[in-house]
Design a protein around this ligand. Structure first.
Ligand code: GMT
Length: 418
């Protein structure tokens, strides 16, 4: 579809639809690799949070398959700092004005979505994290319809947009509307789908598409391993990685670690940063384990460091999926986590690690010791973790998104736009 022409003449657009009907030569019998490529706008948070990481990896994987990807955000996404073929980044600029105590980001984002769709001819807009991306995308769609363009909106629910922030009455009516009026809605776990259905009045079907990782990227390389530096005495290396928000229950890690160290020589690496970091550092001092705990801050490539771990801890009180846990599992690292949210869909209790009740750090410590104290058992957990991660490999999940985009793109071109 040539949307530059559409901008100039809606009439030309309708003629094209009538005579050509499809935006590309699609033959349903062919494999994905042969399909005409789509132009996909991906709206995301550029931060180190899981939704941004997933959205970036999704875009990059689609670009490798020849689709044209337009990332749209207010800052360069954390894992996107080089020129990459088929990948474009559009920054949402938010003009300031003395009248505004709060700059209207959603308006700026909506305008950016409209402009990028008009200029680049997007076939799909995929909004990751409902607030405010899904409502901005809905508004952009309505504006584009007045230009004779029907661009389908996919909204992916990631977690706190539903379980924490979205449930607040300040956001709920808008979120509910945006979910119900997206062309397709996906959730990253069955648990998140259930939460959405029980906390919002949803009339739209929600499809579960699990988060994914590229298992092949997570390779243990002893020569480059941080273990040599942090645990030179052969101590077991425990890791945690997050944005250190209260939902992650960071102090539980420090408390459990203190107990683990009482039985097993171990070191702890805390990756990331956020509001709970200082509390955790203070607690490490208070418990006298500070010299064994390393807070290393944010890193870009989880795959460089996670394979060096012996155990990964994620004691969150809510977790729709637990992408970092999956990254650890792909690295062959067993997990210690909670039975909150979608974590039990990722981890297999007693095989790839253990799930405790939220807050039960003593049980977490007991489970960690059980895994680490016996070398044969430890290796078994490691193998199981790696095997389980393969279920979520990109090769299994990416086609589900491609299929969805294609169906929507085809349907959108069949519908009248005005
Ligand atoms: O909690 C985070 O780490 C960030 C947050 C986000 O949206 O950026 O993560 C949510 O989305 C991730 C990707 O889908 C999930 O793996 C996380 O489980 C989910 N976090 C929560 O539900 C607390």
């Amino acid at each position: 579809m040539n949307q530059t022409k559409v901008k100039n003449s809606t009439f030309i657009y309708f003629i094209k639809i009538k005579t050509q009907n499809l935006p590309f030569d699609y033959d349903p019998g062919r494999q994905h690799t042969d399909m005409k490529k789509l132009k996909i706008g991906i709206v995301l948070y550029p931060t180190f949070g899981g939704s941004g990481v997933l959205a970036t990896e999704l875009g990059l994987a689609l670009a490798r398959k020849g689709h044209q990807i337009h990332f749209i955000s207010y800052n360069q996404p954390a894992r996107l700092d080089n020129y990459i073929e088929n990948v474009f980044y559009h920054e949402v600029l938010i003009p300031t004005y003395p009248l505004f105590d709060f700059a209207p980001y959603e308006v700026a984002l909506t305008s950016k979505l409209v402009n990028v769709t008009l200029n680049e001819g997007l076939d799909i807009i995929h909004a990751h994290y409902a607030i405010p991306h899904a409502s901005a995308a809905y508004m952009a769609k309505q504006i584009l319809l007045t230009h004779g363009i029907n661009v389908p909106i996919v909204c992916t629910l990631h977690g706190t947009d539903i379980t924490l922030v979205g449930r607040d009455s300040s956001y709920k009516p808008v979120i509910t509307f945006a979910i119900n009026h997206s062309d397709a809605v996906t959730a990253v776990s069955q648990s998140l789908k259930n939460d959405t259905l029980s906390h919002f009045e949803i009339t739209k079907e929600i499809k579960v598409i699990y988060n994914f990782i590229e298992v092949a990227k997570y390779v243990y390389n002893p020569d480059e391993c941080i273990k040599k530096i942090i645990a030179p005495g052969g101590e077991k290396l425990i890791m945690h990685m997050s944005n250190f928000r209260p939902v992650k229950r960071i102090p539980d890690i420090i408390r459990a670690f203190k107990i683990i160290r009482g039985k097993i020589p171990a070191k702890l690496i805390m990756i990331g940063d956020g509001p709970e970091r200082q509390t955790a550092e203070d607690l490490a001092h208070e418990l006298g384990v500070q010299e064994h705990v390393n807070f290393i801050g944010k890193i870009k490539s989880a795959e460089q460091i996670l394979p060096c771990a012996d155990l990964f801890m994620l004691p969150s009180n809510a977790e729709s999926f637990g992408l970092s846990l999956l990254e650890a599992m792909a690295s062959g690292v067993p997990g210690i986590s909670t039975n909150a949210g979608g974590v039990p869909e990722v981890m297999i209790q007693g095989k790839t690690g253990f799930l405790s009740n939220v807050g039960d750090y003593e049980d977490m410590a007991k489970n960690a010791i059980y895994i680490l104290e016996d070398e044969t058992r430890f290796k078994e957990f490691k193998n199981n973790a790696k095997e389980r991660a393969k279920f979520f490999d990109i090769a299994n999940i990416l086609p589900q998104y491609e299929e969805l985009y294609l169906q929507l793109a085809l349907k959108a071109k069949d519908l009248p736009t005005a």
